[in-house]
Design a protein around this ligand. Sequence first.
Ligand SMILES: [Zn+2]
Length: 218
Amino acid sequence: MRLILLGAPGCGKGTHSAWMVEELGIPQISTGDILRDAVKEGSELGRQARSYMDSGELVPDSVILGLMRGRMAQPDAARGFILDGFPRTIPQAEGLNGALGDAGMKLDRVLQINVARDELIHRLTSRRVCPNCKAVYNLDFKPPKQGDICDACGASVVQRDDDREATVAQRLEVYERQTAPLIDYYIARGLVAVIDGNQGYAHTRAEIETALGREAKR
Ligand SMILES: [Zn+2]
């Protein structure tokens, strides 16, 4: 099963790709991980990527696509994969089509997890992190046991600058602006399954399982 997972920050993408990786036995492939690995391995494409990153530039689509092709050809991706954070642009989506076509493969589904904007803002601004041990909390559903004290190490938890309301609103706007054309692109190809991510883990998971043609189960 070859999937793309789309959803704004805070939509629950991480949570849901985790169980899909387990249940479907396919890897989650993210641009960030691939870039990190390529740079670490020092491959030719990795060196190219690094030179852009070191100079603070965006890594061009051609480099990212080359790395993606390599990653999708790994044995663990033979039965499929979940793409997260890629493609981000129409040229990347077309490059992906080409790469899959060359390999005699095609995409099965684009899962778009939809969560209302107010709910996303609420979820993201409720996040707290421990600056010492990096533990992550949420004031709603996973608060520290005592006030703002980290359960794991006793340091005071804080709100990251990224999680403040003004920044969150801006991140969501950027996401929507970038992703809207991509969603249209895949809707036109009949691949998009819209998932309601507003109603908690079990409900969202059941919708994903239905979209994947699997029997819903908890
Ligand atoms: Zn801590």
